[in-house]
Design a protein. Structure first.
Length: 243
């Protein structure tokens, strides 16, 4: 049976999170006068990303709330035992710089346009609905999706099969009629494949070029390759660059 819907990850799939995070944190650290504690801006940005990944994993595992993982990122990074209000204020100052750098990838609108008539669309993110709903509105993508599901509200995170099943349930479709597109080889690629969806892992820029691909997902370098994988009746698309 053919694929009737596409469920999308957001950060680093539709939205260039990494570039926005780096640009935002660079501006924030300069404004806060925190760069002097590091040998250079790249060291500071690397430290922020390391802390972010570690605290995000705790949230995904259900150990802390979405809000607390943000506060703990700040506390660990600045090395001080801030109150919740102090940590929230610090993070909001960073958000101002981060949002100024928001952008979608250039291949996003062409593929959404190409698949608009042939497939239904939804979002499944390991973030919160408050964050991703607003982000998709600012980026002009919100109305493209029938449903927007996030881990903070679902109570379950990718790569758990229950998260992917919730997205399928929201569309009223069985897993084998749904494709999932995400940027992380394990959380998105393997998770969706093991949940029974057609899994498409986008490895932009060959970020995981040295990684042995997980079994199951199709690996693409650009969303231009997606319609061909879905068998969509469009003139848009490109042959896969991965073999």
């Amino acid at each position: 049976m053919s694929v009737r819907a596409v469920v999308w990850d957001v950060d680093d799939t539709l939205f260039d999170y990494t570039s926005a995070d780096r640009a935002g944190m660079r501006g924030h650290l300069a404004a806060e006068g925190l760069l002097a504690a590091y040998e250079g801006v790249e060291q500071a940005l690397g430290r922020w990303r390391e802390i972010t990944d570690r605290q995000w994993a705790r949230f995904a595992a259900g150990e802390v709330s979405f809000e607390d993982q943000r506060r703990d990122r700040v506390r660990v990074f600045v090395g001080r035992d801030l109150t919740d209000a102090e940590a929230d204020a610090w993070f909001q100052r960073y958000i101002g710089h981060y949002e100024a750098a928001w952008a979608i990838f250039p291949d996003v609108l062409p593929v959404l346009d190409a698949l608009a008539d042939s497939h239904r669309h939804a979002v499944l993110s390991n973030s919160s609905l408050h964050v991703q709903d607003r982000k998709l509105r600012v980026l002009g993508l919100h109305d493209r999706f029938e449903a927007i599901l996030c881990a903070a509200e679902l109570g379950v995170s990718k790569p758990e099969a229950a998260a992917f099943r919730a997205a399928c349930d929201a569309l009223g479709l069985p897993a084998h009629e749904v494709a999932y597109v995400g940027d992380h080889p394990e959380i998105d690629g393997r998770g969706a494949a093991e949940a029974g969806l057609l899994s498409v892992w986008i490895d932009r820029g060959g970020a995981y070029a040295t990684l042995e691909p997980p079994r199951g997902p199709h690996r693409i370098a650009s969303l231009a390759e997606l319609p061909a994988i879905l068998g969509a009746d469009t003139r848009f698309g490109a042959p896969s660059t991965f073999r």
